[in-house]
Design a protein around this ligand. Structure first.
Ligand code: HEC
Length: 126
């Protein structure tokens, strides 16, 4: 009985913790087609309309070499914004709301599952 209670408690904790590493990178790769107009993902890939995203998980916002970021993005990085599952999810849900004035013209991924899948794909390439 005690063990069952304990297990139930652990399940609750797992469900409440930020959803990460639960995304499906293979699905994320397909979703990344929507990002490809502006972003490359391979190591050393070129910047396009947006910066190359290889290694973006764990990177300070606005710091990829050779890309001219908007002022709000540079300031967010200078203020300590690092891309992790949580910040990426908020940004990708609604880029303009998360960081007003940033230059990514993308309406956002409204489904949490889609965001988790894309983030898993980004992480697999970091
Ligand atoms: C229409 C072009 C466009 C599309 C589509 C687009 N982005 Fe962007 N993205 C940008 C631009 C431009 C920036 C730089 C924004 C700035 O400097 O304000 C950016 C910035 C980013 C950053 C921050 C990078 C850094 O180095 O700080 C991430 C992460 C990102 N995009 C992920 C994505 C993902 C994931 C998708 C697809 C779901 C996507 N973007 C779709 C243009 C785009």
């Amino acid at each position: 009985m005690r063990n069952a209670l304990l297990a139930a408690g652990l399940l609750v904790v797992a469900a409440a913790s930020p959803a990460f590493a639960q995304g499906d990178a293979a699905k994320g790769e397909k979703l990344f087609a929507r990002c490809k107009a502006c972003h490359t993902i391979e190591a050393g890939g070129p910047n396009r309309v947006g910066p190359n995203l290889h290694g973006v998980v764990g990177r300070t916002a606005g710091t990829h070499e050779g890309f001219k970021y908007s002022k709000p993005m540079q300031e967010a990085g200078a203020g300590g914004l690092v891309w992790d599952a949580e910040s990426l999810s908020s940004y990708l849900e609604d880029p303009r709301k998360f960081l007003p004035g940033n230059r990514m013209a993308f309406p956002g991924l409204k489904k949490e599952e889609d965001r988790m899948d894309v983030i898993a794909y980004l992480q697999a390439n970091s």
